[in-house]
Write a protein that binds this ligand. Structure first.
Ligand SMILES: [Ca+2]
Length: 131
């Protein structure tokens, strides 16, 4: 009886929510603000995913895990740049369903981690993650 639930739980534990990255621009290429490479758990304070949601993850969840103009124009992490600017969608016209998004650029920073890390502007996130 519990077997389907256990299998689903195992699936989530193994695969996380990486499919959510398909729902945001450059979801698989969000820069790691701590070092070179990418931050795979885009919505989490843990770079590998899982655990506490960062402000972008919370906003994304409240937005039913969809990329919308409201989420794009928001500045979830409070660093002065909109989520769209950080993820390379400055015109907020990216759609997951489109095969070509002509205005898409490379992601330049993280929408859920205030940057620069350690600056007075980003003091509120101190201790919530480690680099
Ligand atoms: Ca921001």
């Amino acid at each position: 009886m519990l077997k389907p639930f256990l299998l689903f739980g195992l699936f989530c534990a193994v695969f996380g929510r990486s499919n959510f990255r398909n729902n945001i621009p450059n979801g698989y290429a969000v820069p790691n603000p701590c070092r070179s490479g990418y931050w795979n758990g885009v919505g989490h304070y843990n770079s590998k995913g899982g655990g506490t949601l960062n402000p972008f993850g919370s906003d994304f969840e409240k937005n039913y895990n969809r990329w919308t103009i409201a989420l794009c124009t928001a500045d979830s992490d409070g660093d002065g740049k909109t989520n769209g600017e950080e993820l390379g969608d400055p015109f907020c016209d990216w759609f997951a369903s489109k095969t070509v998004n002509a205005n898409l650029r490379a992601a330049t920073s993280h929408p859920g981690i205030c940057e620069p890390i350690g600056s007075p502007l980003c003091a509120a996130q101190e201790g919530k993650f480690s680099c």
